[in-house]
Design a protein around this ligand. Sequence first.
Ligand SMILES: N[C@@H](CCC(=O)N[C@@H](CS)C(=O)NCC(=O)O)C(=O)O
Length: 269
Amino acid sequence: MLTLYHGDSSVCSSKVRIGLAEKGIEWESRPINLPKGEQNDPAYLKLNPNGVVPTLVDGDLVVVESSVILEYVDELRPENPLMPTETAAKTIARIWLTRCIDIHAAINTMTFSTVNRQRTLATKTPEQIEASIAKMANPATASKRRDVMKHGLASVHVDAAFFTLWRMFDDMQTALAGSEWLLGDDYSIADTAILSYVDRLDRLGFAGLWTDRTPLVGRWFDASKARPSYSAISDYIDAGGAEKMREEGLNIWPEVESKWNAFLAAHTA
Ligand SMILES: N[C@@H](CCC(=O)N[C@@H](CS)C(=O)NCC(=O)O)C(=O)O
């Protein structure tokens, strides 16, 4: 039996849970409470030295990186294949999977520079904030978190996130212009990989990032949510928490929107 170490609201974890649901593979759950910092426990760090979720364990094999885990679970069983068989489509799928590292970083930035930052600043002292950042295993991630907490939407990481999201939405719009899913008329691993990231932006109340400029992203998002595997996200998020996140995000949205529009004006002139 596969064992998945995962966080309820973690986008990288839900991405893997969606893949497992699409494949119909049973798995054993090892929840990691991210707000409590369980990802930094020494025993967990032995499995995932970056102190992040998800981690999949299959016997002696430890698999990290959500996109690699997705490919692994897809290859475990021939049923419901997510990876296309044709070489060009397979290559494009792998490009989407590789881009997920940057896409996750962008989603993390959009979450922590807005709603999570406001919540943290409202409930923790600067010393408490620094103490929890200092526990982060990866110094690069810790340094980014410090910057985002300090500068919010003015952080340089927000420009980097906008660049990644701009490219992602435009490429999705192009891919979806002639087909229902990202790689054609069949649902694939690329769709599985991207859904939880778009879903987080929607839950933050930031759907305005795509509704006007790249509306096919919205069509794709609705179709993705209609699949039974979407419960791998929705079942793990409590309704009260979701409502609060959207409300808080929508309060910040005008500021996000104005920065996004300025970014687009500078990049699409
Ligand atoms: N590229 C990694 C990113 C993993 C990652 O950063 N996961 C987040 C949750 S989505 C995490 O565990 N964060 C822990 C922390 O920020 O301390 C993957 O896709 O697996």
